[in-house]
Design a protein around this ligand. Structure first.
Ligand SMILES: [Zn+2]
Ligand SMILES: [Zn+2]
Ligand SMILES: [Zn+2]
Ligand SMILES: [Zn+2]
Length: 799
């Protein structure tokens, strides 16, 4: 997803292979984006590239298609009929995204969606959708029914005067409408009188006003901002040396859970769902599965309920009209028609384009020109700071640290983004060539779509429209677009080392109530220039959590003054062996020398992962040892098995488990439990007792028991899963936090009050370190606690 689709990568490889060797050599020697573009631009065959891309883009469906709208609306109606209201609402959203704004069709989508939200009890959202339906020209003859729904919502919300007004309006409409056929009229009148009775009841005995939610209870985090680094705590300092580059160090002792950094992404792009790029479009034209684009706002990444579709395309959906308008103004008016191309070229190209659009042409030109300046060091921020090596960085001041402004401050700005290391010399020449082809393709498309003036922030398009016509014949990029292309090429390459994934905890599985199982999911790719200052370690000392497009960094353990702050770029020592980690980290062009890697590489310490994910002897259960052929460590036993056959057995077992888990959806929970218990037996015969899969089986059993309301059994299995997770990730890891959260829900549901309270306490302690005291999970835990403390004594005594 980050990179272009495979076919385009292959096309780039073919073009590269077909170049004259001398030219390939010169391209390989190009030392900057500027050189690559200067050499490469002339080689392009605009017609051939454009044709190849056009073919690939046909697979990405980003336009509005009336047939798709019909399909989704009918699917929505079908699910609505089966009372699957949230799924129906989502399908109506998809239908709405394919309809033209202001059409009766789109207003019907909103009206239908309002009905789904009404049944879900989301009365405010329902009212919003009714207003939307009206503003898009909802057909007059259908209006009374929708107005009755509006009145009912207002009644439920206790807005009695508004409800009375709405009812009055419906009454008038029904009275004046002679066309209405009698059965429909009768239903409406009946409903009307019911609502009027309800209104009178409410008016005569008003309900107490609802209390405001307990915001006051939230603890405010103390925060003293750093005067050098924007968004950072004053307990950090920005340092520089040639070995580690720029990095952050604790300037005082830091406690676990203390916030160290709060940063809004400079730019972020929602990762599209797989199904937006279909392999075979003839087979199933439309997909009812929800993708990220259906679930999260295209701009702010907030979860979508009643989404507002873009007026032009079908793929950008927003949480509100405000987000839609701001995104349109800032970048989407340029990106909108390029949707299919951007999906084809991958998220990195998309982020690169949005970065230059957000920065604005003037700022892009300033920095690109500055990078051409005689000072070669500008391409290599490390070299420019060599003179800092002798003196301690702090004394030398931060003004000379790359990315800092003239006041020596490091801010989340385009200048800071521009100064992130592109590692230009380390990427393969072929990869740079592909990236160049891709960014030039984007710029060509902008030029041909007549968007150049918009890209360059030019209000009057006269000059540009003239330019555009002559460009078209020559097929060459204007100097301004070449500048944009150069910056974009730099950003695409920077992303390989500096892209930060924004993740959210997403509900997985059936989600049918009692216990919510959440997993982290990659939502977007972003540039966070301040967060990018942190170096990697496979045993980091911080945790990063996200809220929308904002990242918060917290210490996950005590950090003594003087120690470097480390982020984990992905390969964590608890998840991978050292060889796998080093392999993954090679994309960042460095060899990790963190303590975990040194221990495993040099002192031969076996990794946590390999120790705990090992096999045991099928005969005597002693640990197995060896590489290709595994032998029992018990000399008396002398059994040996090929690792291949054990791995096959493991795969079969995983298949079995998967099959068992598909059962409960059809309400066959008892059978699922039987199958899982059998899997557990099998697993015990050849997996070590601490194997992660042993824990996963316990976790699945807990989930199935919970769906049956057998809380004690569920708790017992989950506790065993927690023991294994703890062995892998440690007692204060975020993984344990999530597990304890699940256990708290199970104990809560089973009225096991004292156990629930102590589990809530533990979960709260761990999760507030990683996610902060204001995270949704902490709020939910506190609600459970309040609820338990208000339980009547009679229930408490029973337990
Ligand atoms: Zn939004
Ligand atoms: Zn659009
Ligand atoms: Zn490491
Ligand atoms: Zn044995």
């Amino acid at each position: 997803m980050a990179l272009p689709v495979e076919e385009w990568r292959l096309y780039g490889a073919r073009r590269w292979a077909a170049l004259e060797p001398a030219l390939r050599e010169r391209l390989a020697a190009a030392a900057s984006p500027h050189d690559t573009l200067r050499l490469g631009c002339g080689l392009l065959r605009p017609e051939a590239e454009a044709a190849a891309l056009r073919r690939l883009c046909r697979r990405a469906r980003t336009g509005k298609e009336p047939a798709a709208a019909r399909f989704y609306r009918e699917e929505g109606n079908r699910l609505f009929g089966r009372r699957h209201y949230s799924a129906a609402a989502r399908l109506y959203s998809q239908a709405a995204s394919h309809e033209l704004p202001g059409s009766p069709e789109v207003s019907v989508c909103f009206a239908n969606r309002s009905a789904a939200f009404f049944h879900l009890g989301c009365f405010e959202v329902c009212l919003e959708d009714i207003a939307r339906a009206e503003s898009h020209g909802y057909p007059e003859r259908l209006l009374p029914k929708v107005l009755l729904r509006k009145a009912e919502c207002l009644l439920c919300l206790g807005k009695l005067q508004d409800a009375a007004d709405a009812l009055g309006l419906v009454e008038n409409k029904i009275a004046m409408d002679g066309v209405l056929t009698s059965p429909a009229r009768q239903t409406l009148l009946k409903k009307l009188s019911q609502l009027k009775i309800k209104l009178h009841e409410k008016e005569s005995c008003p309900e107490p006003a609802q209390e405001a939610c307990g915001d006051a209870q939230r603890k405010l985090e103390t925060w003293e901002e750093n005067d050098i680094i924007s968004g950072a705590s004053s307990s950090l300092s920005l340092n520089f040396d040639t070995e580690r580059g720029r990095h952050l160090v604790a300037s005082q002792d830091i406690l676990p859970g203390q916030s160290l950094l709060k940063e809004e992404a400079f730019v972020s792009v929602l990762c599209p769902g797989e199904s937006l790029l279909q392999q075979d479009s003839s087979e199933t034209p439309w997909d009812t599965r929800a993708t990220n684009a259906d679930l999260y706002c295209h701009r702010c990444l907030r979860q979508l309920l009643a989404s507002v579709p873009c007026r032009e395309c079908s793929y950008a959906k927003y949480c509100s009209q405000t987000c839609a308008d701001v995104a349109w103004e800032q970048y989407h008016r340029i990106e909108c028609s390029l949707g299919a191309l951007l999906l084809t070229l991958g998220v990195f190209c998309h982020v690169a384009l949005r970065t230059v659009l957000l920065a604005g042409f003037a700022e892009v030109r300033r920095l690109v020109e500055w990078s051409h300046g005689g000072d070669k060091d500008l391409h290599n921020p490390e070299a420019s700071c060599k003179h800092l090596r002798e003196a301690p960085a702090r004394k030398a001041g931060t003004r000379d640290i790359p990315g800092c402004n003239d006041n020596g401050q490091y801010q989340s700005s385009y200048q800071a983004v521009f100064n992130l290391l592109p590692h230009y010399e380390k990427h393969s020449p072929e990869h740079k060539f592909l990236c160049m082809l891709s960014v030039v393709a984007i710029c060509k498309e902008l030029q041909e779509a007549g968007l150049e003036a918009a890209v360059l922030n030019q209000e009057s398009s006269e000059k540009w429209s003239k330019l555009k016509t002559c460009e078209k014949t020559s097929g060459e990029l204007s100097p301004e677009l070449q500048t944009m292309a150069e910056a974009m090429l730099r950003h695409v390459l920077q992303l390989q080392c500096n892209a930060q994934a924004i993740t959210v905890m997403q509900e997985s599985g059936s989600g049918d109530g009692a216990v919510v199982n959440k997993k982290p999911v990659r939502l977007a790719t972003a540039f966070f220039p301040v967060l990018s200052l942190l170096n990697h370690s496979c045993c980091p000392n911080i945790s990063v959590s996200f809220s929308g497009t904002a990242a918060t960094v917290r210490a996950s353990q005590p950090i003594p003054s003087g120690q470097e702050i480390f982020h984990c770029y992905g390969p964590h020592r608890c998840r991978m062996k050292v060889a796998e980690r080093q392999q993954l980290l090679s994309q960042y062009f460095f060899e990790c020398r963190c303590q975990a890697c040194l221990d495993e590489l040099e002192s031969g310490v076996r990794s946590v992962v390999s120790m705990r994910n090992s096999f045991c002897c099928p005969s005597c259960r002693a640990p197995m040892q060896g590489e290709d052929v595994l032998c029992c460590s018990n000399e008396a036993c002398a059994i040996s098995v090929s690792s291949e056959s054990l791995s096959r057995r493991l795969r079969d077992l995983q298949q079995q488990i998967k099959r068992a888990l598909e059962l409960p959806r059809d309400r066959k929970a008892d059978q699922a439990i039987k199958m899982l218990l059998k899997c557990q037996m099998d697993a015990g015969n050849f997996l070590s007792p601490e194997h992660l899969l042993m824990g996963e089986i316990e976790d699945h059993l807990a989930q199935v028991y919970a769906t049956l309301g057998k809380w004690q059994e569920a708790a017992r299995h989950l506790e065993r899963s927690i023991e294994i997770v703890e062995m892998h990730h440690g007692p204060s890891s975020i993984e344990i936090g999530h597990e304890l959260f699940k256990l708290a829900q199970i104990l809560f549901n089973g009225f096991a009050v004292s156990e629930a309270l102590s589990t809530i306490q533990r979960a709260e302690e761990i999760l507030s370190v990683h996610c902060g005291p204001q995270s949704t999970q902490i709020q939910e835990l506190q609600e459970m606690k309040t609820c338990l403390s208000e339980l009547p004594k009679s229930i408490l005594q029973r337990t």
